[in-house]
Design a protein. Structure first.
Length: 339
């Protein structure tokens, strides 16, 4: 599978994959663990995110996974996609389609991904462009809640102990999911376009603004006691807003979020198939169809919110392994071979 990415395509691909479904719900576990310090903790975590990007940029040429490591990543991404699909299905059942059978919702989402991934690579890569005009609309709607913000909710600060700090750092790791895609697709970026330096810093600032602002919105709108009982604070903020001619802003956003999530699923499916084809030449269409059949079947076993939460909670630890441990081992081994 050969394709080229412009710098903007690369960063947009990475941004959509990283934001995906997690921006809707990661705020509650983070705030529950760290209280008013959530925004400070996430700011610190964001610095580590940037350090990780810098390390990836410096060493991506040495990241050449073999068949075994590639299979490990494919299993990891399969777990991510199944988790995302199950969470999306549950959320849509609560907010939009309570009477629609699970199999229909899942089949529609996976069907869109299948259609995109059976097309040219450029088709999947450019799906993210659809969201560009919608992201500013999302922020404009959120800022309608400004008069209801309680700024004292941000204080007092620096009152958490080491145990809560660790819980907050772990909860923040959901926002890192997808960062490992940098290592796989960086080599496809046009060599004439610079990624390191200012472009990478701008990407970090956009990522930071997106997630940190959602934490601040949640803290400013809800009390700590309320946040502990609200699984999707951003949805509840939107639901509370009223605009002339639009009665349910939350329904508009749920369709935006669903589109965002389906594109994210398509990008992870594309990545899984791409890595598979690195070591198994041919039969791309057959492999794509088989993989998407699995994406329909596996989420059907996660019928309850408890099952979905169990998988999502385990993702954090898999994520740390595949984002830090595996790349470090692969890069060090390949560096040693080149000496």
């Amino acid at each position: 599978m050969t394709f080229k990415l412009s710098r903007n395509q690369f960063f947009l691909f990475l941004f959509i994959a990283q934001t995906g479904t997690v921006f809707l719900s990661f705020q509650t576990p983070l705030v529950s663990a760290t209280g008013p310090d959530a925004w400070l903790v996430f700011s610190g975590v964001g610095i580590f995110h940037y350090i990780l990007l810098l390390l990836y940029e410096r060493n991506y040429e040495y990241f050449k996974p073999g068949p075994f490591v590639s299979w490990m990543y494919k299993g990891y991404w399969l777990l991510i996609i199944v988790s995302f699909i199950s969470y999306i299905d549950y959320t849509l059942a609560v907010w939009a389609f309570p009477e629609t059978p699970q199999i229909i919702v899942i089949s529609i989402m996976v069907g869109i991904s299948l259609y995109a991934n059976l097309s040219r690579a450029e088709t999947v890569i450019n799906l993210s462009v659809i969201l560009l005009p919608l992201i500013p609309i999302f922020y404009i709607i959120l800022f309608l809640a400004w008069p209801d913000f309680v700024w004292t909710n941000l204080f007092p600060i620096a009152k958490i102990d080491g145990s809560d700090l660790l819980k907050g750092i772990i909860a923040s790791q959901f926002t890192f999911i997808g960062i490992e895609l940098f290592l796989f697709f960086r080599k496809h970026v046009d060599s004439k376009q610079k990624v390191s330096g200012i472009p990478l810093f701008i990407y970090q600032m956009l990522w930071m603004f997106f997630f940190l602002s959602s934490v601040l919105f949640s803290l400013l709108f809800f009390s700590l006691e309320e946040l502990k009982m609200i699984p999707e604070p951003i949805m509840y903020i939107l639901k509370s807003q009223a605009v002339a001619l639009v009665e349910r802003l939350d329904l508009f956003f749920i369709f935006l979020w669903m589109m965002w999530s389906v594109i994210t699923i398509s990008l992870f499916a594309f990545t899984t198939i791409y890595v598979h084809q690195l070591h198994a030449k041919g039969h791309r269409k057959r492999n794509t169809i088989i993989f998407h059949i699995l994406l329909v079947i596996f989420p059907l076993f996660l019928r309850s919110k408890e099952h979905v939460d169990m998988i999502q909670n385990s993702l954090v630890y898999f994520h740390l392994f595949f984002v830090i441990v595996v790349p470090t081992v692969v890069i060090l081994m390949n560096r040693r071979k080149k000496k």
